[in-house]
Design a protein. Structure first.
Lengths: 493, 142
């Protein structure tokens, strides 16, 4: 049975096109305070012509966005195998806890004594993340993984500057996520790319070759983006440390290690967590994300402010008085609603449940790899962790590429996997099933991919023209990138 | 059926040019060295959507990034094959990046460097060495 069917498929116009003069969603009560002259009050800021905003009724707006939402792929609709993104199921208990009024209605400017429960949650979540990762302290401030990474590298820079050392390079393996060089560059560092070995791993010799006294840090993802565990991590950290550098751990793939290995024990000095990946908070479509950053004690003085601290009377408060801090990263206290969800997740699974997450995520990825090997080329073969990377090499003679396979999966109701990444693999398909999928669900996905491979050989045009069953045919990504239309314009009046 | 990216014969590699290991081509006329990316590079990248080039007057060192090329698949640095001063830039690519795909050795040229060291051109790969370089990568390719 196919995973998708055709049924309600709504067309929907833009809000601007749905607009009708005078239509509105609210009835304002009669004015019961003295009228003022807005023009006089606002001076030059007063606009003579009202902004041409769409005018709609409440039902228009609700239907508009609900209809648009039916166009979404979602993890609540099916497998979402986006590699290195850990699109795991988000348990509904998280939502229930986040809606408790004490959390949901807390104002970010509430005095600490009025939100002791929320502060307690932040404190406990910090301790849990520290225990899971082997770090000493954690800041919950960063609003997403990339900001956590930025904060981590800012702390590394502050650490070296505080010691009076001038270091201007950051080492990054060639299989890294693009955010790593971006975080380094935003901190003014030159990026030195370190080649992975022919087995897909980073080797101590390659790091030794580029390690120097002007290197501030190495950034590493473990397991890496090929889904492989960096077995030389211990030695690599030693090399960087003995040269006076620090090691940054990209936490994107932490799901594979939960309860089985701790980055802090492997030699990592600072890392970020993607709560929206590993800890099941909403992901995609704006999340919002949450990217706490954890550090070993040597970096603790540089943590962003505020941090939750215990006052002498045992109550919790926000501590802003930290002279070496890199400063504030967020208007308030991070994306607090996500912290509540992640905490609910950690508590509801417990240590044994978290360990089973990692085990099942790794088992599922290896199961997919075992069933797809042969039909697809496996560039770096061997046991993988939480994701596997295939390529379209076996399909070369058919003219069908990775992009075509990804598009054809949409016809079968699957969000495509990550494609053309990592860059070290030509035509990469990077598949991360997560622990959420059942055996039957994985089998259905495998059968679909095998059908697509068969089709590529027998009727390649069908794959190359995909998607064929969607509301819109294949979009012209090239034209969209070359000549983007970013703004709605009224038709000539 | 074509063999796709796995066969060297699929690429238009021209004898009159020299090549860097990072897939830039150069055409040297006196001390003026025109630089672009090879047919292999443009095929590997796929549809190019954006090319960021330096200002005229910037000096570059051989092996140093001088710009960025973005395709629907990926983003890559462009490396200067020789050292010198950038004396001309193909501004047309800002509006028509597709020229890199359509005519990589002609309209898709990127910059002209007034080289300070002509021996750097000699040190680049000739057509046979570059074809060999492509083949080796395809063999190792993962």
């Amino acid at each position: 049975m196919s995973n998708a069917t055709q049924g309600f498929a709504y067309e929907e116009a833009l809000l601007f096109e749905l607009s009708r003069p005078g239509r509105r969603g609210v009835d304002l009560p009669a004015l019961d305070v003295p009228d003022v002259d807005a023009k006089q009050l606002l001076g030059e800021a007063f606009r003579a012509e009202p902004a041409d905003l769409p005018q709609l009724s409440e039902v228009d707006v609700v239907r508009h966005f609900t209809r648009l939402s039916t166009w979404n792929a979602a993890v609540d609709l099916g497998l979402y195998p986006l590699g290195s993104c850990t699109m795991k199921y988000n348990p509904k208990i998280n939502e229930r806890v986040a809606r408790l009024p004490g959390f949901a209605w807390a104002h970010p400017h509430s005095p600490a004594e009025r939100v002791q429960g929320l502060l307690q949650l932040c404190h406990e979540l910090e301790r849990s993340l520290a225990e899971i990762s082997g770090m000493d302290r954690v800041s919950l401030q960063p609003a997403a993984g990339a900001q956590g990474e930025l904060a981590g590298i800012m702390m590394i820079r502050a650490y070296h500057e505080h010691r009076g050392e001038r270091r201007h390079k950051v080492l990054i393996p060639d299989s890294a996520h693009g955010t790593n060089p971006a975080s380094a560059a935003l901190n003014g560092y030159d990026v030195v790319s370190v080649p992975s070995g022919s087995d897909g791993l980073l080797h101590p010799e390659a790091v030794e070759e580029v390690m120097a006294d002007d290197v501030a840090a190495l950034m590493i993802t473990n397991p890496n983006t090929l889904g492989l565990f960096e077995t030389h991590i211990g030695r690599i950290c030693e090399i960087v440390h003995s040269g006076g550098g620090l090691v940054y751990g990209d936490g994107a793939n932490l799901n594979a290690l939960l309860g089985r290995g701790r980055p802090g024990d492997l030699g990592i000095d600072v890392m970020h967590f993607n709560l929206h990946k590993t800890f099941s908070t909403p992901h995609g479509g704006g999340g919002p994300g949450s990217g706490p950053v954890g550090v070993k004690s040597i970096l603790e003085p540089f943590l962003p402010v505020p941090v939750v601290a215990q006052a002498e009377d045992g109550s919790l408060e926000w501590d802003e008085d930290r002279p070496l801090t890199i400063g504030r990263l967020h208007g308030n206290h991070g994306n607090v609603g996500m912290l509540v969800r992640a905490h609910a997740y950690i508590l509801s699974l417990g240590p044994e449940g978290l360990r089973r997450c990692a085990d099942m995520a790794v088992l599922n990825a290896n199961y997919l790899l075992a069933r797809l090997r042969g039909a697809f080329h496996v560039p770096y073969d061997g046991a993988v962790m939480h994701e596997c990377v295939l390529s379209d090499r076996e399909l070369a003679a058919t003219g069908v590429t990775t992009l075509d396979v990804a598009k054809r999966l949409i016809d079968h109701g699957y969000h495509p996997p990550t494609i053309y990444f990592p860059l070290v693999v030509a035509g990469a398909l990077m598949i991360e099933p997560t622990e959420s999928e059942s055996r039957e669900g994985l089998d259905r996905f495998v059968e679909t991919l095998l059908d697509i491979v068969r089709e590529a050989h027998e009727e390649p045009e069908k794959v190359r023209s995909a998607p064929n069953r969607t509301r819109l045919a294949r979009l012209d990504e090239t034209r969209a990138a070359r000549k983007p239309v970013l703004r709605w314009q009224p038709e000539d009046v | 059926m074509q063999e796709g990216r796995w066969a060297v014969a699929e690429y238009d590699i021209r004898a009159e040019l020299r090549y860097s290991r990072e897939d830039e081509w150069v055409r040297a006329e006196g001390d003026r060295v025109t630089v672009g990316v090879s047919d292999y590079a443009q095929q590997q990248l796929g549809d190019v959507v954006f090319v960021e080039l330096p200002e005229v007057g910037r000096t570059v060192d051989a092996g140093e990034p001088f710009g960025v090329i973005e395709s629907v698949k990926t983003v890559a640095d462009l490396y200067a094959p020789v050292s010198g001063e950038v004396v001309e830039v193909n501004d047309v690519l800002a509006e028509t990046p597709e020229a890199v795909n359509e005519d990589c050795y002609g309209d898709g040229w990127m910059i002209v460097i007034a080289t300070s060291d002509a021996s750097e051109v000699e040190a680049l790969l000739d057509v046979e060495a570059y074809k060999q370089h492509i083949k080796e990568r395809a063999d190792q390719d993962h």
